[in-house]
Write a protein that binds this ligand. Sequence first.
Ligand SMILES: *Cc1c(COP(=O)(O)O)cnc(C)c1O
Ligand code: SF4
Length: 341
Amino acid sequence: MSKYYTASQAAEMFNIELPDECREVDKIYPALISEYYLNLIEREDPQTDPIWQQVMPHSAELADDGMIEDGLGEVAQSPTSRLIHRYADRAVLLTTGRCATRCRFCFRKRAWRHGGELGDISDSELDDAIDYLKANNQLREVLISGGDPLMLSNRRLQTIIDKINTVQSIEVIRIASRIPVTWPQRINRELIDILSAAGNIWFLTHFNHPQEITEQSTAACQALINAGIPVLNQSVLLKGINNSAGILEELFRKLVKIKVKPHYLFHIDPVHGVWHFATGIKRGLEIMRELRPRLSSLATPIFAIDLPDGGGKVNLQPNYRTTNGFTAIDGRIIEHPGKNM
Ligand SMILES: *Cc1c(COP(=O)(O)O)cnc(C)c1O
Ligand code: SF4
């Protein structure tokens, strides 16, 4: 088990007075920080630290930003209480509302809003989901998500994986978990053996800043990779935390070095209470353009945004085309000799 801190305990540790507005936010979306993750705070002035900013309540979270909690329209695309089915070949299974550390920019804060927490998936909810998967044989991939699915016991995870793998059409199981970043000690031998034995698991984790790549988080990723489980990373572009080409370059390089593929970089979602982290797409594209000549394709994620109302993820690319050619990586305009370009 990990030790957890509340917002006021964490503030006390750093001799900081929590402003009243933050206490109000905390009543609705209560902070929870693992001991390990809290110890990653390096700065003398913690409020500017990238770890602190990811976990401590901010007054802007209750601002009227014109958005709703379920801004992606997940509930409307839920055929059973725990499944979200948006794309033809894949569906998300919500297994718990618990996390080892709660992120302020979480797009699924409604799963841990005070009083409305999503409990752990029950046997009957799991069976409903499995029945749906069996009845929809175009589904090939299940994303086990939450909350953080690795908050469940190894035994419970084993049951969930086994049941999903009784569905004939399912080829791949994706586990979406931030635990290698926030509580890497959870990636224990027994868990690795379960995931490895399933034979069809891909692991998607969530590093946002180079400061999160420690000996322990590296060891957790290595253990998964050495057991034959591919590990990919999804980051969120966060204003004031990682919105510079320099920080992202360092993050993506370090990830590749530990054999974790930077897969997605998401613009913040159109969800209530997180929009103060938005950089805007224009700024994100500038960063992507800046990174392209500096970073190998191995280290370069897809930049994308999830659309409101169940519209799905769309990829965002700088536009390299001009009226009669292309803008080259060094900025020159180059005409292409091919016909019908
Ligand atoms: C993100 C997401 C997926 C997976 O999409 P990929 O682009 O394959 O990563 C599937 N279903 C839902 C509802 C999602 O939000
Ligand atoms: S770990 Fe994931 S689900 Fe949990 S609070 Fe962070 S972003 Fe949200």
